[in-house]
Design a protein around this ligand. Structure first.
Ligand code: NAD
Length: 266
């Protein structure tokens, strides 16, 4: 049976050129690489930037097939392999000279009057105001009312997503293998009227978060799942926790994580 590789690309010129080289190189090693997703492929190769990587995770329905990132984008936090190095990457892939790392995912369920909706996120789930209004909700942690939040919103970020939106909102970088997630407030109000948590909170992965809107007429203004907007009119409550499911990502340099942090954030 032909061995297969799934390719995900952002289709920019540079990505198209890398794709062509990659298809030829894989062919030399007996692999058929193309963009028609096959559930029995050996690897998912993503050519682009972080947005392409995140999109590939969503588009493949969080495929169990290991992902490899080739960077043709700008920052490339998830994209270890430089675009000029694909031949070396293919040979290391064939010789299985890599480590498999888990990218943890956040699970978010939204309950409306009539339906429920489930989302997984690679980076984060964000609840925030649609315009310039304040949002109000009660946040329960394992059924304990921890805070009545008022402010711009809250970010629930995975460890690998902690260097994205979470970091810009003042959160900490979380080592990617840590077994937990981070809750970071956005412009929280602290006054005699509101006592919103004004610092990030890091919680273990089995923590169950429940968010209930405080005023009946008010709905959560907008829900961002890895930067993708989801809108609902009549949310009753939202549950957030760490998913049991993970994305498998191949890493060729065992020190990639720290080199990546140093190069891109320090
Ligand atoms: P985009 O193209 O606007 O990318 C946003 C930036 O975030 C890019 O530079 C990307 O390289 C970087 N990025 C993505 N994931 C990262 C990670 N885990 N660590 C470090 N940097 C990362 O949008 P996109 O490519 O579709 O990415 C969506 C992401 O954008 C969201 O998940 C969110 O984290 C991020 N975002 C950030 C802000 C902010 O920092 N103020 C605001 C909105 C969205």
């Amino acid at each position: 049976m032909t061995k297969k590789i799934n390719i995900f690309s952002n289709h920019y010129d540079i990505s198209e050129k890398v794709t062509e080289r990659l298809i030829q190189e894989f062919k030399l090693h007996g692999y058929e690489a193309n963009e028609n997703f096959s559930p029995d492929a050996d690897y998912n190769v993503v050519i682009g930037g972080d947005g392409t990587f995140i999109k590939a995770c969503h588009d493949s329905d969080f495929s169990d097939i290991p992902f490899i990132g080739i960077n043709t984008g700008h920052l490339g936090f998830y994209q270890e392999v430089p675009a000029n190095n694909v031949e070396l990457m293919v040979s290391r892939l064939i010789n299985k000279e890599y480590q498999v790392q888990d990218i943890k995912l956040i699970d978010c369920s939204v309950f409306t009057e009539e339906n429920s909706y489930n989302f997984l996120s690679v980076n984060e789930i964000v609840l925030k105001a649609k315009y310039t209004n304040i949002i109000h909700f009660n946040m329960y942690v394992n059924d304990i009312l921890l805070q009545s939040f008022a402010g711009d919103g809250v970010i629930f970020s995975t460890p690998s997503g902690s260097t994205a939106y979470n970091l810009s909102a003042g959160g900490a970088m979380l080592y990617q293998a840590l077994d937990g997630f981070q809750i970071t407030p956005m412009a929280p109000i602290r006054s005699s009227l509101f006592r919103s948590l004004d610092k990030s909170l890091v919680v273990p992965s089995n923590t169950q978060i429940k968010l209930i809107t405080r005023k009946r007429e008010e709905t959560f203004s907008s829900l961002g799942v890895d930067g993708m907007l989801q809108e609902f009119e009549d949310i009753n409550y939202i549950n957030i926790t760490m998913s049991d499911k993970t994305i498998k990502k191949l890493v060729f340099d065992e020190n990639w994580y720290w080199k990546n942090i140093k190069e891109k954030f320090i």
